[in-house]
Design a protein around this ligand. Structure first.
Ligand code: ZN
Ligand code: ZN
Length: 157
């Protein structure tokens, strides 16, 4: 259960749900509607990877595309640094960069990072700060599980 999330089979847009419509809000909505079809349970990693092959939105402006490719470059650089060369989840070894991110080892609050600190902002901040210690590479499964439990279930074994 710690690694599972609800996926919109036809995509969020088809259901008219914004990205903030998730988690508890979504669960409550589905309970009210008596669990309508169109949803499936996926683990976090699969949920992210599912959208990687989605067609690129052609209406997106050049600047948005540039920001995106720049973000991938930043992410690569930062994750390589925090994973000793081979980019993989420190906890379970998952190695698809799309489902990997940074984990604040001692929690976001100790770093003074709010929930609004996006990953791209975090990466560029870290590069500006010359990549300080205190972070590790985690996949979305382990990161999400750690966020809701004191530790990732992998570590409790
Ligand atoms: Zn992992
Ligand atoms: Zn784990």
């Amino acid at each position: 259960m710690a690694f599972l999330t609800l996926d919109h089979v036809r995509g969020r847009k088809a259901e008219g749900h914004s990205t903030s419509f998730s988690g508890d809000k979504l669960w409550r909505h589905l309970r009210k509607k008596y669990h309508p079809p169109g949803y499936q349970v996926l683990c976090w990693n699969c949920n992210v990877l599912k959208y990687r092959n989605e067609p690129v939105d052609h209406s997106s402006k050049y600047s948005a595309m540039w920001a995106r490719s720049n973000n991938i470059k930043l992410k690569n650089k930062v994750l390589t640094h925090y994973s000793d060369g081979i980019i993989a989840c420190k906890c379970c070894g998952f190695n698809d960069i799309l489902a990997l991110g940074l984990d604040h080892i001692s929690g976001k609050k100790t770093h003074g990072h709010s929930k609004r600190m996006t990953s791209s902002r975090l990466y560029s901040n870290l590069i500006k700060e010359k990549l300080p210690p205190g972070y590790q590479v985690f996949c979305y499964n382990c990161n999400g599980a750690k966020g809701r439990n004191p530790k990732c279930p992998h570590e409790m074994n």
